[in-house]
Design a protein. Structure first.
Length: 172
């Protein structure tokens, strides 16, 4: 495992993102919508850096299956989705890789008729996108490597690491 982004670098960027969001959403009704499970650590840190009234909600999406690093079919569970009609929704995910997950989630969330949807991610893997959309807010663009930590998992392990590390073939 190779460390890629330190916990203090993450802390700094998340604080910056929080104040940017606070500026951008001043006077608007904000719902921060975290994507389970990968966004939990970012969600917890980020909402404490947004100095505005806001609501928090969750939606579940799963595309990685067990011990594989390639996406399987996308499953979305809206059971935890709060009332978001006429609210300004900011969807939060751990990483934008091919973009399939976030673009599909935007379509689904749109059906609940929010006033607006924007997206924010901790990481964006460069040169991987297969969709037109890009996240509105990105903390760190990264090379095309499989990474874990700060919410990101391999087979549901490593989510608790306070930093981001790249896994090599020999780690899998
Ligand atoms: P996408 O749909 O290809 O953009 O992939 C998004 C989802 O795949 C993310 O929410 C992650 O859960 C997962 N994912 C993509 N790349 C990685 C990675 O490098 N490590 C861990 N999970 C990843
Ligand atoms: Mg995920």
């Amino acid at each position: 495992m190779r460390p890629l982004i330190t916990s203090s670098e993450i802390e700094q960027e998340v604080a910056k993102l929080g104040s940017t969001i606070a500026d951008d959403y001043q006077g608007r009704r904000l719902t921060v919508l975290g994507v389970l499970t990968g966004s939990i650590v970012l969600l917890a840190d980020l909402i404490r850096r947004i100095d505005l009234p806001l609501q928090v909600g969750l939606i579940q999406a799963a595309s990685y299956r067990g011990r594989t690093t390639t996406p399987g079919p996308l499953a979305i569970n809206q059971d935890f989705l709060p009332e978001i009609r006429d609210r300004n929704v900011l969807l939060i995910d751990d990483i934008f890789d091919t973009g399939q997950t976030l673009s599909r989630l935007v379509e689904i969330v749109q059906q609940a008729k929010p006033a607006e949807i924007r997206t924010a991610v901790l990481l964006l893997k460069k040169g991987r996108s297969t969709v037109e959309m890009r996240p509105d807010y990105v903390c760190f663009p990264i090379p095309d490597e499989f990474v874990v930590g700060y919410g990101l998992d391999y087979n549901d392990e490593y989510r608790h690491l306070p930093y981001i590390a790249a896994l090599d073939e020999s780690d899998l």
